[in-house]
Design a protein around this ligand. Sequence first.
Ligand code: MEV
Length: 418
Amino acid sequence: MKTNQYPGFHKLSVQERAAEAAEFSGLTEEELGCLTNPGALSLETANHVIENVIGTYQLPIGVAMNFLINSKEYIIPMVVEEASVVAAASNAAKMAREAGGFTTSYTGNIMIAQVQCIGVANPFFARQTILHHKQEILDIANAKDPVLVKITGGAKDLEVRILDSQIGPMVVTHLLVDTGDAMGANAVNTMAEAVAPTIEQLTGGTVKLRILSNLADHRLARATAKFTKEAVGGEDVVDGVVAAYAFAAADPYRASTSNKGIMNGIDPVIVATGNDWRGIEAGVHSYCARSGRYTSLTRWEKDANGDLTGSVELPTPVGLVGGATKIHPAAQACVKLLGVTTAAELAQVIAAVGLAQNFAALRALATDGIQKGHMKLHARNLATVAGATEGQLDEVVAKMISAQNISVEYAKEILSSL
Ligand code: MEV
């Protein structure tokens, strides 16, 4: 496979798809085996990852096709249990492609470590005092990680905030650290702990928490895409998507679900690449509430030509080195399959996939509703649960849909009549 545009890809067998994907990304037999072999993560390795290990847990890996991001083609590994997600992402990417695909940018690999200082009598004075000693504090932080300093410069800046709280004012220092291609939790937490005594000395207060923030708003990935009115099915559909977005922008109840649809695209890539999906979830949702009111992560607008334009900006605490990415053989194979070589590139791919997934959901909701597509896949799942073999699936699903009875019981009934 030379291009990620492959009509009928979904009709290939699992083995054929895997072989095509491996060819596209240059995976070796062994690397491909890490994806196709359910035992790729050995019990021995798993036992080093977390505590009290009793086994490993499998989920499907699908690949989203058609993505063109900054003129580069990607096939995107997605680890997810929900039907329709991979197909919807591929479909959205195909529609975006008609107007050139996705354009992305990135603010840099800067993570924040917070140092909470309480019991400061004169917080405003203390804030300036900390800032007077900025270089000294950065030097202490950087002394903890000479390797990182060599690669990225390490801790680069400070911010000091004064918070009103239930227990009085707090002076909160943010260390801004360039963690390079690592997510960087360990590096920034170590630095935060190292600077704590100096901050206590400078402020006369007591340092309590020293921990990274998942609201990584100095590590933002951005993506935009245009969807022509012809590609999406007409100007009515463009208006429908804009109205769907307006609902999410105005209402936290809707924003929650719309943003869940975005995370349907993002989390599967995060999991596939061995990253921390709780971290990105926390970052995204707190970013959506930064104005004080929870709202939509994406924005959808109609342009002067009547086409649909979408944009997204999100914190991306993700990395390619350290963590599970380097331990899990399937995560390593997924990174190679995806073809990203830096955390920056991964972050931008994630932003594009989130935007695509949101578009697919809003378009479906604004037109047919999502149940039509979902029900077919749901019926397939239930027919499988009922015991349908590969050869029986299509017939059982067709009968369930025509009878509008999508249940395991009915699937069993059909199976016994075959
Ligand atoms: C379902 O997993 C995701 C959607 O609910 C997202 C949305 O409503 O925008 C379809």
